[in-house]
Design a protein around this ligand. Structure first.
Ligand code: CA
Length: 232
């Protein structure tokens, strides 16, 4: 699978955006940039980034409003605020609204990298047992690596997010609407077709017989439940 970390950068200043994109790409990240709030919101929902870098001063929608909207449907994506504003109150407001961290421009590449790593560690605490294991399936959350009978399984970004969300909640039923919201946000229509398609693809990749799954079970009319982690 693709192990690159996906970063969504919402920043209207083209030179700053270009600088950050170059620095991040040089450090092995994949970057998608949005030059205004509207585009940023729609990309936040459709791309499922691992981290969002958000400028507070955007031309169309206030950054705090964007933060509020993203947090209304996703409490997990680390969001780091980038802003020229130095007022204490702006930082507090942004953090109160669910931002993970705050960088005041201008900032250096090393500082940006450190903040990204910290925000991801905070959301996915490092521990030697950050592994899902059941039957022949193993998911290493830290390394973003999935193995079936010891062989690496290649998933798309969405499939990976969906499977790890289920694995992190293994043994619990996650409803269709919960999964739809967690992965795609409310901007996707409520029809579960996209979820079923992705699940069918995951099953083709990890189940011996997708019609009789061993790992991800369908709870008809409710959602999906993943086989309990033997590692916990
Ligand atoms: Ca700006």
């Amino acid at each position: 699978m693709n192990t690159k970390i996906n970063i969504l950068l919402i920043e209207d200043d083209k030179s700053i955006s270009g600088f950050i994109t170059t620095s991040l790409e040089r450090n092995g990240y994949r970057v998608t940039s949005a030059l205004n709030g509207k585009e940023g919101l729609s990309l936040a929902a459709s791309l499922c980034p691992d981290v969002i870098l958000l400028d507070l001063g955007l031309p169309d929608i206030d950054g705090c409003e964007i933060l509020k909207q993203i947090r209304s449907w996703n409490s997990n994506i680390p969001i780091i605020i980038l802003s020229a504003r130095t007022k204490e109150q702006d930082k507090v407001s942004a953090l109160d609204l669910g931002a993970d961290d705050y960088l005041t421009k201008p900032f250096g590449t090393a500082e940006l990298m450190a903040r990204i790593r910290t925000s991801m560690r905070h959301r996915h605490p490092a521990s030697p047992d950050r592994v899902y294991r059941a039957l022949d399936l193993e998911i290493n959350f830290e390394k973003r690596l999935i193995r079936l009978e010891g062989k690496e399984v290649h998933l798309t970004q969405i499939e990976y997010q969906l499977l790890t969300l289920l694995a992190e909640n293994s043994g619990r039923v996650l409803t269709y609407s919960y999964l739809m919201n967690a992965i795609w946000g409310p901007y996707m229509d409520s029809n579960n077709q996209i979820l079923r398609v992705n699940m069918a693809n995951i099953r083709r990749k990890i189940e011996k017989n997708p019609a009789q799954p061993q790992y991800v079970f369908t709870e008809i009319g409710i959602g999906y439940r993943m086989l309990e982690n033997e590692n916990t």
